[in-house]
Write a protein that binds this ligand. Sequence first.
Ligand SMILES: Nc1ncnc2c1ncn2[C@@H]1O[C@H](COP(=O)(O)OP(=O)(O)O)[C@@H](O)[C@H]1O
Ligand SMILES: [Mg+2]
Length: 237
Amino acid sequence: MEAIEVTDLRKAYGDTRAVDGVTFTVRAGETFGIVGHNGAGKTTTVECLIGLRRADAGTVRVLGEDPARRRRALAHRLGVQLQDSSLPERIKVGEALRMFGSFYRNAADWRRVMERWGLRPLARKAFGDLSGGQKQRLMLALALVGDPEVVVLDELTTGLDPIARRETWRLIGDLKTAGTTVVLVSHYFDEIEALCDRVAVFAHGRVEATGTTGELIARTGTASLEEAYLALEGADR
Ligand SMILES: Nc1ncnc2c1ncn2[C@@H]1O[C@H](COP(=O)(O)OP(=O)(O)O)[C@@H](O)[C@H]1O
Ligand SMILES: [Mg+2]
């Protein structure tokens, strides 16, 4: 079964056609990249995927369900890290994990999640006192504490230093090994290239192409995903 199916999705904000006919599918167990420059419609698409925003037109299915109608049921099977998500400054790492774990029917043991993501030494630290990398690690752990079948990560490594980024990459690799379906949204081409089985190239609210990095490079006769993106985006104008 496909884990996610998006067909002709459309969403406008006033005159801005943020998502303008987007179609793609994500297979179960795959790490799927959504890549594109700022304003390409990535976050809006993701918000429709998780039922946070209602599309103007098109269909979305996540694990066979319509997120706009079945958000509560899906919430138990879906882990989400949104762009710009945050927590109260004074909540402690351990408290946040325990609280998020309590939201889920089949939650993983929050203490084990804390251990696994190297957050144990930070358990009593307040969110506001964490470094950028530690905050991101916590956000990723919170997205996973419900033991989700599908994980959606929007700009997870933006603002991280190179070491913290690499560490995050390793953790995402572990998810793939565990068979979790991952949707990774990023404007970092190297990240998508390193982590994703397949990629949807977003530009101007549309999917310009879908395939493995190798396929996209071959199709455009370029040498990297970034060059392939620029060729595909340019062709659209
Ligand atoms: N809540 C909103 N209200 C008005 N315009 C928005 C809103 N969210 C996004 N947009 C606009 O929609 C377009 C796509 O944005 P977004 O989906 O955030 O793209 P991306 O995540 O690829 O940067 C941009 O032009 C952006 O300015
Ligand atoms: Mg975005």
